[in-house]
Design a protein around this ligand. Structure first.
Ligand code: GLP
Length: 261
């Protein structure tokens, strides 16, 4: 795992945007895994700016959602598909028909989950998977206790996550759906590059557990420790709990030219 510590959230967003832009530019049919939440928004904005400046096209790319609420009307603004379209996909030239998510309206959700894993495999797998981290260490909506080998499936949100996400539902946690479909931890691990972004002191504790704590279902993000190419981009505030912060800074400052993120 590589940990990149930046001085602030803007610099973290720039690092993440550069990695995603390179993947889009270098591959003939890139598949980008998109995360919701506030953490990746700065990176999305930078990618939109590059597109508007004529420096980036995603016309040949596909995107897959990490997770989705169950039970929201399809046109609900906080449905993750709507969120990602509004904040990113509709603002660049990635074709809307190549934005994929699990079919949460299916009468047979377990089958829809299996179909989603097959779809990702049929696309050739995810090249770069963006990830945020929840306060309890979740990634996607894999709450603590999730199997480290889990596939896309239905999950029940914890009260902590519903209360964290209430800010998107006019601060009413009762409006936050209880059920979701999320790519499993095993599904996420199949992406070729995992790229996590976390900023602010509220993320210091979960980042320390994910990066330097034991590999444990109690901290689902610790599954990144199993991946051969995982990059964690944090600002100084989110890095505050890392024991090896000085080492990560030094390693990044002396990164050989031939070795990209
Ligand atoms: C939600 C999403 C996660 C995201 C998390 C953190 O639970 N399902 O993918 O990482 O929120 O959100 P934020 O980045 O707003 O802190």
């Amino acid at each position: 795992m590589e940990v990149v510590i930046t001085r602030d959230a803007d610099a973290a967003a720039e690092v993440v945007a550069s990695v995603v832009a390179r993947a889009i530019r270098d591959r003939p049919a890139p598949v980008i895994g998109l995360a919701t939440g506030s953490s990746p928004l700065g990176a999305y904005r930078r990618l939109i700016e590059r597109y508007e400046a004529g420096e980036l096209t995603a016309a040949h790319a596909s995107a897959v959602l990490l997770d989705e609420y169950v039970g929201l009307p399809a046109d609900h603004p906080e449905a993750y598909r709507a969120f990602i379209r509004r904040e990113f996909v509709d603002l660049i030239d990635l074709p809307t028909e190549r934005l994929f998510g699990p079919d949460v309206t299916s009468d047979d959700l377990p089958d829809a989950c299996r179909r989603y894993d097959r779809l990702i495999a049929d696309l050739g797998g995810v090249d770069v998977q963006l990830l945020g981290i929840g306060g309890d260490g979740h990634i996607g909506f894999n709450e603590p206790g999730s199997s480290l080998a889990s596939r896309t499936r239905i999950k029940t949100l914890t009260d902590t996550t519903r209360s964290d996400n209430a800010r998107f539902f006019e601060d009413d946690e009762y409006d936050v759906p209880r059920h979701v479909v999320t790519q499993g931890l095993g599904t996420i691990l199949e992406a070729r590059h995992l790229l996590m972004i976390a900023t602010g002191d509220g993320k210091a504790e979960p980042i320390a557990r994910a990066v330097e704590g034991p590999l444990a279902a109690m901290c689902p993000a610790s599954v990144l420790q199993l991946h051969p190419h995982a990059t964690v981009v944090v600002d100084d505030a989110a890095a505050a709990g890392l024991q090896l912060a000085d080492y990560y800074r030094e390693a990044y400052a002396h990164k050989p030219d031939w070795q990209s993120l």
